[in-house]
Write a protein of this length. Structure first.
Length: 322
């Protein structure tokens, strides 16, 4: 489309989140196709209903390998690889703990320490067996549960981008409730807001501008509950079974694929600023923006995006040498 064209927004609620698609064309039929595609993938991957391909694997835990479709197998392969990285805080078998904590759902409360200790042995990624040839996934212990909640949106955002590309769309943005994927380079780039932790719904720390990149944020303010004056958020530390506790309020990853963004937000969230920046030095395509509880905004590097600070209670710490 020519520069200065109108942007058309299409919204829906899917995967329990508000979804926004932006196109430079008035094309409701295409938007409906995109929402249908998202729903199809949600139906394969969800663990919030009794039935899905992932739930079939969970129901057969300790009993039998389960054949899954190629995209689900690929996603589980990626999730398993990220879970097996040394000292990784990403864990695809975190399901039993997520289900017990119920963070962000009705009835959430701090489980007794004894229960957490009982659940931890059911969250060992080493006990997931993939068979490439048969296309099967086997959870070798009973009561194990895969949970792809940390990466399903990133995976789906990439599929939407690929689909739009195939349809000949040159510029688009899809926001899957915090996972943003962009296609093309409209004049001035795509601007994505960086949310202010625990602020009003539309309050921003700053604005990130990208072209052809994904922007994924994981934050402790997204889903949490409070008990006895303490906050418990939805990203769990697989080593302890409790929410990860460090200096961070949020981590944003800018990358080509949203799946990478989704995996790396969890990995880096678990590492903190210093270790995270050290690791990202060897990953040129992956860049992080950390927002700390001390109201600092820290970049691992900034070659794929530009950033404008909007809230001057926050302090920009650029070109981190951490
Ligand atoms: P995100 O919003 O992408 O940060 O993902 C959060 C979701 O990932 C949670 O609601 C859980 O379903 C799941 N989850 C929580 N802790 C972990 C973890 N340590 N590793 C993998 N997935 C997790
Ligand atoms: Mg994620």
């Amino acid at each position: 489309m020519s520069s200065g064209s109108h942007v058309y927004g299409y919204s829906a609620v899917l995967m329990g989140s508000p979804i926004l698609l932006k196109l430079f064309d008035n094309n409701q039929a295409l938007a409906s196709q995109v929402f249908r595609l998202i729903k199809q993938y949600e139906d394969l991957l969800t663990v919030n209903r009794a039935q899905s391909e992932v739930m079939n694997i969970n129901h057969a835990a300790g009993r039998a390998p389960v054949t899954v479709s190629a995209p689900v197998f690929e996603l589980i392969r990626c999730a398993l690889a990220a879970s097996l990285v040394k000292d990784s805080c990403f864990n695809l078998t975190i399901g039993p703990l997520v289900k017990r904590w119920r963070i962000g759902f009705k009835g959430d409360s701090v489980p007794p320490a004894g229960e957490i200790a009982t659940l931890l042995p059911r969250t060992r990624p080493e006990q997931v067996i993939l068979d490439d040839e048969a296309g099967t996934v086997f959870l070798t212990q009973p009561d194990m549960e895969i949970d792809l909640g940390a990466i399903a949106k990133g995976f789906i955002a990439d599929r939407v981008r690929d689909y739009l590309k195939l349809q000949g769309v040159e510029q688009a943005l899809i926001n899957l409730g915090g996972n943003v994927q962009t296609l093309g380079s409209p004049p001035g780039g795509w601007t994505v807001g960086l949310k202010k932790p625990f602020g009003e719904a539309d309050a921003l720390v700053g604005a990130i501008t990208v072209e052809n990149k994904s922007v994924v944020t994981s934050g402790v303010y997204e889903r949490y509950f409070e008990q006895d004056g303490r906050r418990y958020h939805h990203i769990l530390d697989p080593r302890t079974g409790y929410p990860l506790d460090n200096e961070l309020d949020s981590v944003t990853i800018i990358s080509t694929d949203s799946l990478d963004g989704d995996i790396w937000t969890t990995l880096i969230y678990g590492m903190g600023v210093e270790k995270g920046c050290a690791l990202l030095r060897h990953q040129p395509g992956i860049e992080a923006i950390f927002v700390t509880k001390q109201r600092e905004v820290i970049f691992s590097s900034a070659s794929q995006f530009s950033f404008t600070l909007r809230d001057f209670d926050y302090r920009l710490v650029t070109g981190s040498t951490a």
